[in-house]
Design a protein around this ligand. Structure first.
Ligand SMILES: [Zn+2]
Length: 282
């Protein structure tokens, strides 16, 4: 995902163009051009007087508050429900007022959006401010965790857990990911789940690319067939999820599904074949 550079600032129009959206006011943006992502802008909608605010945490994750300017925040709100689904990659931006000089240079007033990186939504929890203009309101805050972009995690294990037959694969995954993601989770736990999903996809593929159906082009250093795990829903190939949302692909298919002119159609085809494959495994 090279569209934005971490630390660089962009005009709102650039964000809207990226996803193909015309949302004029909202702090959360999405659109048909990049269906696997959602843009969250932080700041610029409430100050300390509101009794709550988005914040970055020491471990690199963020608390990001839901949408809803008055009263309780609802998960049925379209932006909040997209975040709560935990299915989309979050592009997080912080908002800054332009200086007088910048207004002059831009030829008009326009907030600046600093890119903070690609995140996943780990979970969400209720939050009731004790003070401020939102005191007593039932708000929702989402835990955003940094996505591991691009490169596959190096520590993935590619072999079946000991003593499990091929039919034990589903059962192993069910046990491995059955616990709900706890609200106060440690990031390490979260990343373990991501790794389990990647491992599952590779085991399911059995050395055959789930995009083009041909054999993995070479063997990895650990002796396993080299395939990369693609996330069928998100923008980034990272995040704990369900077996239906991941595919193990050869590097060629993986490039195509991210960068090809037919990437959306190609992805949709893989979605169909993975669904059929998972049905067959049940
Ligand atoms: Zn392939």
């Amino acid at each position: 995902m090279q569209a934005f550079a971490v630390g660089k600032e962009y005009a709102r129009q650039r964000l809207l163009d990226f996803v193909g959206s015309r949302q004029a006011q909202s702090g959360v943006l999405w659109g048909p051009k990049e269906p696997g992502c959602i843009i969250c802008t932080s700041g610029g909608r409430h100050g300390k007087k509101a009794g709550y605010s988005d914040e970055s945490l020491p471990d690199g994750s963020w608390w990001y508050f839901g949408q809803g300017m008055n009263g309780d925040q609802q998960l049925t709100n379209s932006a909040n429900s997209k975040l709560a689904s935990r299915q989309l990659s979050v592009l997080l931006f912080t908002t800054r007022e332009p200086t007088a000089k910048e207004v002059a240079a831009q030829g008009g007033y326009g907030k600046l959006f600093g890119y903070r990186g690609l995140f996943n939504v780990a979970n969400h929890e209720p939050y009731i401010p004790a003070t401020g203009i939102r005191a007593g309101n039932h708000l929702v805050r989402f835990r955003l965790v940094p996505a591991e972009e691009g490169e596959e995690a190096r520590d993935d294990e590619n072999t079946l857990p000991h003593g499990l037959g091929p039919n034990g694969l589903q059962e192993w995954l069910r046990v491995a990911t059955s616990q709900p993601v706890p609200v106060g989770l440690a990031l390490v736990q979260y990343y373990q789940r991501c790794a389990q999903i990647r491992r599952y996809a590779k085991l399911r593929a059995h050395g055959i690319c789930e995009g083009c159906g041909t054999q993995a082009p070479f063997t990895a250093q650990d002796g396993s067939p080299f395939l990369e795990v693609h996330h069928l829903v998100r923008l980034a190939d990272d995040g704990p999820d369900t077996p239906e949302n991941v595919a193990a692909l050869c590097p060629n298919c993986h490039r195509r599904v991210h960068h090809g002119s037919d990437r959306l159609e190609f992805n949709a085809g893989i979605v169909r074949s993975i669904l059929a494959k998972e049905d067959g495994l049940r």
